[in-house]
Design a protein around this ligand. Structure first.
Ligand code: GAR
Length: 213
C-alpha cells in the first residue's frame, strides 16, 4: 500500500523530526517523511534531514509582507511534494487562519506540556512554577488558535522537586520522540477521527505514562 506522505515543519534542532525520520525507516511503517521545511535557513534540523536524504527547503518568513503570504508559499512547497499530512515539530510560527483552514484535519503539532495546561513558550518553567507533579507532551490538531486544537494523544512524566526547566524538558522530550511517531502511524492507518471537536483513536491507547526520572 502507498505510504502516507508527511511534511515536517521545523524551526530549530529537529530532534522530533529525526525521530519521525527514524521511525519511517522501519519497513512496515505506513508513512514516509517526504519533505522537511523550515522558516529558518540555519536550523540544525535541516542538515539532519539532508543527511537522511530527505528533501528540504528553507522559506524565510522575513521575505513575506504578512503571515498569510508566507503560509501560502509554505503550502505551495508542501503541495509540490504531494504532502498529505503536515507535522509541526518545533515550528515556532503561528499560522494564519488561511493555513489552518487549508490543512484542517491534516495538520499536527507536538507541544511540551499536557494541554490545555501551559500553552505558549517556556512551558517547562511554567509547569515548575505552578508546582504541578505531572507534566508531559501533547500531540494535537492545529487550529487557528495557538496550542488549542483537538488533542490526539498525550504522554505524562513526573515533575521532580529539584527539576530545572532543562531537566524537565529533557524528560518530556524523550516521550515526545515516542509519542509523535505513534500518532503519525495511527493517522496513516486511518485510526484518528474527529467527532464533534474531540478526537477518537481506534484500537490504541492515547495516554502513555513514564515514571522514569
Ligand atoms: C520540542 O520540545 C517541541 O515540543 C517544542 O519545541 C521543541 C522542539 O524540539 N515545541 C513547542 O514548544 C511548540 N509550541 P526539536 O526541534 O528538537 O523537535
Amino acid at each position: 500500500m502507498a505510504k502516507l506522505k508527511v511534511g515536517v515543519l521545523i524551526s530549530g534542532r529537529g530532534s522530533n523530526m529525526a525521530a519521525l525520520i527514524e521511525a519511517a525507516r522501519a519497513p512496515g511503517y505506513p508513512a514516509e517523511i517526504a519533505c522537511v521545511l523550515s522558516n529558518v535557513a540555519s536550523a540544525p534540523g535541516l542538515e539532519l534531514a539532508q543527511a537522511a536524504a530527505v528533501p528540504t527547503a528553507a522559506i524565510s518568513h522575513k521575505s513575506f509582507a504578512d503571515r498569510e503570504s508566507f503560509d501560502r508559499a509554505l503550502s505551495a512547497e508542501l503541495d509540490k511534494h504531494g504532502i498529505e499530512l503536515v507535522a509541526e515539530a518545533g515550528f515556532m510560527r503561528i499560522h494564519s487562519p488561511w493555513f489552518a483552514e487549508r490543512w484542517k484535519g491534516r495538520l499536527l503539532n507536538i507541544h511540551p506540556s499536557l494541554l490545555p495546561a501551559f500553552p505558549g513558550l517556556r512551558v517547562q518553567q511554567q509547569a515548575i512554577d505552578a508546582g504541578v507533579r505531572i507534566s508531559g507532551c501533547t500531540v494535537h490538531f492545529v487550529t487557528a488558535e495557538l496550542d488549542a486544537g483537538p488533542i490526539i494523544a498525550q504522554a505524562a512524566v513526573p515533575v521532580l522537586p529539584d527539576d530545572t526547566a532543562e531537566m524537565l524538558a529533557e524528560r518530556i522530550l524523550r516521550q515526545e520522540h515516542r509519542l509523535y511517531p505513534q500518532v503519525v502511524r495511527w493517522f496513516a492507518e486511518d485510526r484518528v477521527h474527529l467527532d464533534r471537536g474531540r478526537v477518537l483513536v481506534t484500537g490504541a491507547p492515547t495516554l502513555l505514562f513514564s515514571s522514569q526520572p
